[in-house]
Design a protein around this ligand. Sequence first.
Ligand code: G3H
Length: 544
Amino acid sequence: MTTDPIAADLAALFPAREAIPAEHRPQAAAYERLYLLDGRVRAWEGPLAEVPAAFSVREGDALVRPVVGRVPAMDEAAVLAALESCRRAWDEGRGDWPTRSVAERIAAVEKFTARMREAREEVVRLLMWEIGKTLEDSRKEFDRTVEYIGRTVEALKAMDRDYSRFAVDGGVVAQVRRAPLGVVLSMGPFNYPLNETYTTLLPALIMGNVVLVKPPRLGSLIHQPLLQAFAESFPPGVVNFIYGSGPEITPPLMQSGAVDVLAFIGSSKAATTLKKQHPRPHRLRGVLGLDAKNPALVMADADLDVAVRECVSGALSYNGQRCTALKILFVHESVAGPFLEKFSAAVAALPLGMPWEPGARITPLPGHGKAEAMAAYVRDAVERGARVVNPGGGQAAASLFRPAVLYPVAPGMKVYDVEQFGPVVPVCPYKDEEEFLAYVTASSSGQQVSLFGRDAEKIAGLIDLLANQVCRINLNAQCQRGPDTLPFAGRKDSAEGTLSISAALRSFSIRSLVAGKDDPEGRGLLQQIVAGRLSRYLRADYLG
Ligand code: G3H
């Protein structure tokens, strides 16, 4: 272990293996070989990949990273077999699932959700171990996801009621409904591996698509306790789960041309690579959540207590590892002193600890080399004239990194432009709001901003300009995705498509309408089909 007394202090926060409470230990060994193919949970006979814990344990004088479990390290042949299974289930749109009635699909999703609830505690344990999310936030992620699925069902019923009507115009009588798109490749991120996978996976399924899920390496075990629920709720091939190294197994999937929708949350660089591999890019729909560098503007008249509270939570919830995190703060030079004083004190008060420890707010960073990457951002900024303003900021031991508040940050420093995705908070003094507008305009991201101030006229002027730069302007509040009824979108390199409970249903479907002549014969034919309940698609009944 380290001889540096400060780092030793941090290192002491890691527990001895036997000190981890039994109720917070996952049973990962029970399902480490499992994958889902063709309606059956199977044991993979090939090589396995280890999933390291986000934290270390103390063994004598050493800090050792435990292995949470293992997942299949699949090869090209295995993932192509899974794709083939999806294609069979889709069957050019003639499969059992894509032609089922909406009511039948809803019943399957509800069956899955009931089974999913039973796995709550194990999924929560895995979230803590794999990605280091606190117990409270892991539970929130699980519950929010279950609630999202329930509200998706309600939104689909409402949509179904709207689509039961017939439109009459220009001599045409038509019913407009939404039909599925085909095979979806779903790739969620490590930071919300459950929520950001299932909030596209379940809407895609309920609309009649078939889905091939490739979880992120960190955040893959959390799906394992749910595989049996998928197997029992959906017909064979409608959902398959594959695991392996993205750069190895995704090119053959995309190059096959059989993926109709790419649902991907990650970097814009990776999304570009994936899209370029598709032989017919115009046939590929993207539902993408990508880079973001959301800035906050703290104006001279801002309520500093509100700004500090929101910026601390906005920049450092889940250690700053949220796409919506505030990743740079612009503070008017006249209030920079008092702001930094309050902000540093609030950051210093955030307790560091293991994810299951009550009150822990800053937890170990998942993956290897993340704390080192954060330290490199701090070094770069300090070499270029910034200083760490909070006591102990930037100290690290293994994967635990004490948040660093950097000031004054300026162009030329990496943290000015790069999305740090971690507990480093760059603070930039400014004189004129034009500097902030210029930053937002030049940025390659366009997700959200936060404005802190009280001058309605000034804020109104900023809103009018920022509305054409980003997709959400938060007033005296941090950036965030929720509530899930609101559209979540981004411009530039930040996103493609819009997500919300109802927008996701539209993102994974296409309008397909039935139109006849508005004359006695045309109406008669439509009436015959509807009254005789001859079609599952063209119908006038609706779901209550
Ligand atoms: O990582 C990006 C998430 O969609 C952020 O969601 O704002 O609810 O944390 P959140």
